[in-house]
Design a protein around this ligand. Structure first.
Ligand code: MEV
Length: 444
């Protein structure tokens, strides 16, 4: 098929069935009727609900279902939560639930929001004397803030707004490049649109004010705004989560063959390895993000923003490190993490997506700070569960047990075959080939 048959004008104007049929013909080489039927199976029965979902994106064909699960027994700052988690990876919810239950009887999780500042940037080019720009910027800072009052007024009523701004000189790295960096408090909203609107206004006003000032020459007045956008790096929107107990309270592991002291020492060493080696740190942090992302998603927040920020934060001292830390001293096991999490509990999808709304309700309709604490605790729980398995029985035993259902589904196993396989593999090593063999033996 010629490649130009794969090109199209007006795709977005086509109806859903038409889009799917065109894709089936040109990309899947399949029967359009069958493909339309398959995609249509995931359409919402309720037309209004489907309209709502379609509105979240563009060129939608259908919905992509991902499991929505619950990790109960999360005791956080003395309050018990059943935490909603949206994730497709088997064993993540089970691991979180397991860790939550483990810490439930050991005092639970303690969490605290350390700061809530968000960041935005106006990147601009100015050809002129530095000192002049800095002194002018300092003289108009307050005016700039006042100039966005029409945008900030509602946010200020809720306790937020523009907190501060500074001018940064990057000219040694990029010719004539400066940055207006602004700091915001967005209270219970993630605040992306609010911040971006303020920044674009700052950009316009900065240029206007320089243009009408008699301090600058004509060349200096020729300021060029490169871009205005929030930064997803928010190292001062920080939450800390911790668990701790007496070492003796950890109990024993691997049927009593590993003592609490041995476990604590091995666990601490595993965390230290992730603090010194970026290869291990990446996987270690991925485990934390398994927990973090799934709650961020369940509550209708932007998991890409949270991910990007977490990894930048993980290399804040120049080396990519574990986000969590562990200390075993004076008979106490302490395990904690600090993580920047920019999320909201109002605005965006949080109130539009019916299940995100339900998730927040399940969590007692928390404000943004409380949700930051919950998310951080789930990340820490996930990390604890992974390291507990890794430093004791290994990860595969649990992983493959949970994955067994997926393997069986890939062989279209019947309910009876699934039950038989589950009991057969109770005490055996699970692998795709072992499961295939077992299912084939049943079918003979
Ligand atoms: C798998 O999704 C996450 C783990 O690899 C995390 C870790 O190794 O710490 C188990």
């Amino acid at each position: 098929m010629a490649d130009n048959e794969k090109e199209i004008a007006g795709f977005s104007k086509m109806g859903k069935r038409e889009k799917i049929a065109w894709l089936a013909k040109n990309f899947l080489y399949a029967n359009p009727v069958e493909v339309v039927k398959e995609f249509a199976e995931y359409w919402h029965d309720n037309i209004e609900s489907q309209k709502l979902l379609d509105g979240f994106s563009e060129n939608t064909l259908t919905n992509f279902p991902v499991p929505f699960g619950i990790a109960p027994n999360f005791k956080i700052n003395e309050q018990v939560y059943a935490v909603p988690m949206v994730i497709e990876e088997s064993s993540v919810v089970a691991a979180a639930s397991n860790a939550a239950k483990f810490w439930l009887s050991r005092g639970g999780f303690k969490a605290e929001v350390l700061s809530t500042k968000k960041v935005g940037q106006v990147h601009f080019i100015y050809h002129g004397a530095k000192e002049k720009l800095f002194s002018f910027f300092n003289s108009i800072k307050e005016e700039l803030k006042q100039g966005v009052k029409h945008i900030t007024i509602k946010m200020e009523e809720r306790g937020g707004g523009v907190v501060d701004m500074e001018l940064i000189d990057f000219t040694e790295l990029e010719k004539d490049y400066y940055q207006l960096r602004a700091y915001f408090e967005t209270v219970d909203s993630m605040g992306a649109n609010f911040i971006n609107s303020c920044l674009e206004e700052f950009g316009i006003q900065l240029c206007d004010k320089i243009a009408i000032s008699n301090v600058f020459s004509d060349t200096e007045k020729d300021v060029e705004v490169v871009m205005c956008i929030l930064s997803n790096y928010t190292p001062e929107c920080l939450v800390r989560a911790e668990v701790s107990c007496k070492i003796s309270e950890l109990g024993t592991f691997e049927n009593g063959t590993v003592s609490a002291e041995e476990f604590a020492a091995n666990f601490q060493r595993a965390v230290n390895i992730a603090r010194i080696d970026p290869f291990r740190a990446t996987t270690h942090n991925k485990g934390i993000m398994n927990g973090v992302d799934s709650v961020v998603l369940a509550t209708g927040n932007d998991f890409r923003a949270v991910e990007a920020c977490a990894h930048t934060y993980a290399c804040r001292d120049g080396v990519y490190r574990s986000l969590s830390e562990c200390k075993v001293e004076n008979g106490i096991f302490r395990f904690w993490l600090t993580l920047p999490i920019a999320i909201g509990t109002v605005g965006g999808l949080t109130s539009l997506h019916p299940l995100a709304k339900r998730s927040l309700e399940l969590l007692g309709n928390p404000n943004a700070k409380k949700l930051m604490e919950i998310i951080a605790c789930v990340g820490l729980a996930q990390n604890f569960a992974a390291l507990r398995s890794l430093t004791t029985i290994g990860i595969q035993a649990g992983h493959m047990k949970m994955h067994l259902t997926n393997i069986l589904a890939s062989f279209q196993a019947s309910d009876e075959e699934v039950e038989k396989a589950k009991s057969h593999f109770e005490n055996k090593t699970i692998s795709v080939s072992a499961v295939r063999e077992f299912v084939e033996s049943l079918r003979k």
